[in-house]
Design a binder for this molecule. Structure first.
Ligand code: PLP
Length: 410
């Protein structure tokens, strides 16, 4: 049951067929949503419909199916544009996901704007996907990667960030919301500060697009990236939003079909935006499926979803207080949807294994944030992450199961 009266979580759950199943003879409690979200029937049906009635390669056909699906693909782009409130639909590039999008920017922006001795700023709480591409770029260009530290609540130290900026700083890349801690980073302040020095900012939105309203014009971020599969859409699809002025200037990251205007053996001219960045046959099924997921979210209302998830996080945090010797990692006041913790003396992996036997799916380990784990001097955590379809009853089951885990290992 939701404690937000206008939010009908039980009817939402009915839209997600996977949630109705039993695991190890127990009703599934799916709390691994930061890793990937489940898909509503509406998205599953849309994909089914493409393969049963509409499939055809897009953008190059003269025939009915190809033209129809090209239109659907471009409609999907428009749906994304309006969902994140981008100024132009050609600022929306379809990719394979967040990792792909960040790699594309790191390579392409790096190729054009990063030279020896330049500096790239990231933070200590980034996902590996927002660390390694910049590290590789720094190596390739003999540039320097600077890392903004965090405090023990899991918040980025803004003073340190300000001090780190120098005339050599060329880009800042930061997650909007931390996947391991749930901290909602003060990206407004980061963007404002960076822009005072004319430095562009990339926001890793892998954990924000599904949890709160995102308006790229209001945020004024230069790049915003996310994955379809984390926002109730299909796997292998994602988005790279970039301000027109950057995308126009940046060279293509991959080359081949679709991204060209004219090819001769003497040379090639590139296609206009956004096609310049979409080499080869795009994952049009993924893009259309992701747009369908965004429509689903829009129907339910992102603010109502955020309110529900905030209630779940507060409730879960309070319930954890009933379990002795539990430490929560990530204790910022600005937090959403993620509860990362350890029970003293019990390995995170053992906790996860026992929870699984009780039908509860959580993630254990470093969550692709090893430097962040190093900050806390731990190897990993148990992470319960909430989505629009989770309930307080499920959190009660988690609490009871953790009490059992504690008894088993003591
Ligand atoms: N960034 C953050 C904050 C994430 O949580 C994730 C996935 O967990 C990624 C990037 C990478 O996303 P993907 O694996 O979908 O490319």
């Amino acid at each position: 049951m939701s404690h937000n009266v206008s939010y009908d979580v039980s009817s939402i759950r009915k839209d997600f067929p996977i949630l109705g199943q039993y695991v190890h003879n127990k009703p599934l409690v799916y709390l691994d949503n930061a890793a990937t979200t489940q898909k509503p029937q509406q998205v599953i049906d849309r994909i089914h419909q493409i393969y049963t009635k509409e499939n055809s390669n897009i953008h190059r056909g003269v025939h009915y199916l190809s033209n129809k699906l090209t239109e659907e693909y471009e409609n999907a782009r428009e749906t994304v544009r309006s969902f994140i409130n981008a100024r132009h639909s050609h600022e929306v590039v379809f990719t394979n996901g967040t990792t792909h999008s960040i790699n594309a920017v790191a390579y392409s922006f790096g190729e054009k704007y990063i030279a020896e001795g330049d500096e790239i700023i990231i933070t200590e709480l980034e996902h590996h996907a927002n660390i390694v591409p910049w590290q590789v770029l720094a190596e390739r260009k003999q540039a320097r990667l600077k890392v903004v530290p965090i405090n023990d609540q899991g918040e980025i130290l803004l003073d340190a960030f300000q001090r780190m900026i120098s005339p050599k700083t060329k880009i800042v890349a930061v997650s909007h919301i931390s996947n391991s801690l749930g901290t909602i980073n003060d990206v407004e302040k980061i963007i404002e500060t960076a822009h005072q020095h004319n430095i562009p900012v990339l926001l890793d939105g892998a954990q924000s697009i599904q949890h709160q309203e995102v308006d790229v014009q209001q945020l004024d971020c230069d790049f915003y990236v996310f994955s379809g599969h984390k926002v109730y859409g299909p796997n292998g699809s994602g988005v790279l939003y970039g301000k027109e002025k950057w995308l126009e200037e940046m060279p293509p990251y991959q080359t081949g079909g679709e991204m060209i205007q004219k090819v001769t053996f003497a040379g090639t001219t590139y296609n206009e935006l956004p096609f310049k960045f979409e080499a080869g046959t795009p994952n049009y099924v993924g893009a259309i499926g992701t747009a369908e997921a965004l429509k689903y979210i829009r129907e339910k209302g992102i603010r109502a979803i955020a309110g529900h998830e905030e209630d779940l996080l507060h409730y879960a945090t309070a319930q954890m207080g009933e379990i002795p010797d539990i430490t929560i990692y990530g204790t910022s006041n600005r937090k959403i949807s993620v509860l990362s913790f350890l029970i003293k003396g019990i390995h995170h992996y053992d906790t996860g294994m026992v929870l699984d036997k009780m039908g509860i799916a959580v993630r254990t380990g470093h969550h692709c944030t090893e430097p962040l784990m190093n900050h806390f001097g731990i190897e990993g955590t148990v992470r319960a992450s909430f989505a629009m379809y989770n309930t307080r009853d499920e959190i009660d089951r988690l609490r009871d199961a953790l009490i059992k885990v504690k008894q088993m290992f003591s």
